[in-house]
Design a protein around this ligand. Structure first.
Ligand code: NAP
Length: 296
């Protein structure tokens, strides 16, 4: 019986839930294998270490790897190519071998889309405010514009948000399905007046910053003075603690919200399916909540 050798590269990894999720998938499919953590710091030796570990996939010692912060872009130069959403997002979270070549894909886009459907019906296209402008914001924005949504990207550095707009806006106009979509960048400080002027337009707020994570300084992502429409739904990519400060605020205002645990599991499932060729039965069933309390 084949034994799968899988794992995760990034730094820090000590609180990662990926081993539990992937061991759960292996078990549920009756497959043998293990999922290990390979911490690689963002220092001078990173290139050598990344090259070395990717060589281990090439030599079939490893079957596949996930990639997290800070290497989602760093790994690309060591691959033979990028596929799927990674070509547009410009960041890789899944490395796999196919016909002797090593490729990178991005399952955050489809993982997000699969989970957000639990909160909001995406076919009822609307306007979303994305908080943050890093790799996850890029994936979320791509997912939303693919579904015909308008997206406002807010960041503390406007040029970072503007980069996403410039990269993704042409897609929104080149594809007939995506006509009339707009993507716009804003500073966090401009958010209050933007929302106040368009309170009936916005139907979704998505946090794509680490703010709200356990151990992170408490910051109000949305100023308390902003009047939010009761129909707005709030999705937080952060999942530890399960109720982030943004989700707490949403609950207090009577807004529906969801954390990013479902996305974490959905994106992991898609990586697992790429590596093994096995389609996991839906709905995905993984129990990890006690682990969250331990790691927070
Ligand atoms: P990233 O590439 O480092 O981007 C983080 C973004 O947040 C950047 O725009 C950053 O701005 C901004 N930011 C950070 N601290 C801030 C602060 N104090 N005030 C304002 N903005 C701040 O990280 P990422 O890969 O996009 O991930 C973002 C979060 O999503 C992380 O917490 C990650 O764990 C989570 N995530 C969850 C899932 C899931 O499956 N649930 C998947 C992917 C990511 P600067 O560049 O100016 O610092």
């Amino acid at each position: 019986m084949k034994e799968y050798h899988l794992g995760l590269i990034g730094y820090p990894l000590s609180h990662s839930l990926s081993p539990i999720i992937h061991q759960g998938f292996l078990k549920s499919c009756g497959l043998a294998g293990h999922y290990d953590l390979f911490p690689i710091q963002d220092d001078q030796s990173k290139e050598e270490k990344l090259q070395e570990i990717i060589q281990r996939i090439r030599s079939a010692e490893l079957d596949g790897l996930n990639v997290t912060i800070p290497h989602k872009q760093n790994v690309i130069t060591f691959l033979d190519g990028v596929t799927g959403d990674a070509r547009i997002v410009g960041a890789v979270n899944t490395i796999y071998r196919k016909e002797g070549k090593i490729f990178g894909d991005n399952t955050d886009v489809s993982g997000f889309l699969a989970d957000i459907e639990r909160l909001i019906a995406l076919e009822e296209r609307g306007t979303a405010v994305v908080l943050g402008a890093g790799g996850a914001a890029r994936a979320v924005t791509l997912g939303l514009i693919k579904k015909g949504w308008n997206v406002i990207i807010t960041a503390r550095r406007k040029e970072q948000a503007q980069q996403i707009v410039e990269q993704l806006a042409p897609l929104a106009t080149h594809d007939v399905k995506w006509v009339n979509i707009f993507i716009q960048s804003l500073l966090f400080t401009e958010l209050e007046s933007f929302i106040s002027e368009r309170v009936n337009l916005i139907s979704l707020i998505v946090n794509c910053t680490p703010i709200g994570m356990a151990g992170y300084p408490p910051i109000d992502l949305i100023p308390k003075t902003v009047q939010l429409n009761k129909n707005i739904k709030v999705y937080d990519l952060v999942y530890n603690p399960p109720e982030t400060s943004l989700l707490k605020m949403a609950r207090q205002l009577g807004l529906e919200g969801l954390n990013g645990m479902g996305m974490l599991i959905e994106q992991a499932a898609r990586s697992f399916e790429i590596w093994t060729g096995v389609t996991l039965p839906r709905p995905l069933r993984i129990s990890i909540s006690p682990m969250i309390e331990e790691t927070s």
